[in-house]
Design a protein. Structure first.
Lengths: 111, 111
């Protein structure tokens, strides 16, 4: 079974802090994704990566950056967390045009 | 950018009743994936539809792709409490590596 793990299930940070969310997949998938999920807005793509060191902006990249130094690991970085970044963050991975496998999510609260 | 609209946003049904969620786009959809997210869980892939007019069944779930590839639907026959969750449709971009998600339909089933 494909496994996608995320570093934390719950995280509380203060405004202005730098936040790292990490995601690891164990199936050698080339594509990895970061989404945020907010009530009524569905899943919105922040960034995705189709290869090591490669990244593309999604629909809402502002305030975020990403890093993919190894194929299995994709990190989301909030350089200076703000309260409007309080959300559920979901990582996913996939092979090309096939289904995406999601991690359990990180619920981030910025106070 | 591309928009995928999903209706209804919420649906309450009595156990045993049928349920349908609809996914619509003003532009031609590439291919449609459907996901289910249980309360407190993460999205899990259900199925992918590729061909115009395609119909696929999974037990009590019937998935359809419109003839013009501008809409899709998921129909659940005789809902059960285990069907509770949010159902998302998602369309691939032309490169086949990114998904645009609809807003989701949250299904609640009264026993």
């Amino acid at each position: 079974d494909v496994k996608v793990t995320q570093s934390s299930r719950y995280l509380v940070k203060r405004t202005g802090e730098k936040v790292f969310l990490e995601c690891v997949q164990d199936m050698d998938h080339e594509n990895m994704f970061w989404y945020r999920q907010d009530p009524g807005l569905g899943l919105r793509l922040i960034y995705f990566s189709y290869d090591v060191k490669m990244k593309e902006k999604g629909d809402i990249p502002e305030g975020y950056s990403v890093s993919r130094e190894k194929k299995e690991r994709f990190s989301l970085i909030l350089e200076s967390a703000s309260t409007n970044q309080t959300s559920m963050y979901l990582c996913a991975s996939s092979l090309s045009e096939y289904e995406q496998y999601f991690g359990p999510g990180t619920r981030l609260t910025v106070t | 950018g591309q928009q995928v609209m999903q209706i209804p946003q919420y649906q309450h049904v009595q156990e045993g009743e049928d349920f349908t969620t609809y996914c619509n786009s003003s532009t031609t959809l590439s291919n449609i994936q459907w996901y289910k997210q249980r309360p407190g869980g993460h999205p899990v892939f259900l199925i992918q539809l590729v061909k115009s007019g395609e119909v696929k069944k999974q037990k009590r779930l019937t998935f359809q792709f419109g003839e013009a590839k501008k809409n899709s639907s998921l129909h659940i026959t005789a809902t059960q409490t285990t069907d509770v969750g949010t159902y998302f449709c998602a369309d691939h971009n032309n490169a086949g590596n990114m998904l645009t998600f609809g807003g989701g339909t949250r299904l609640m089933v009264k026993p």
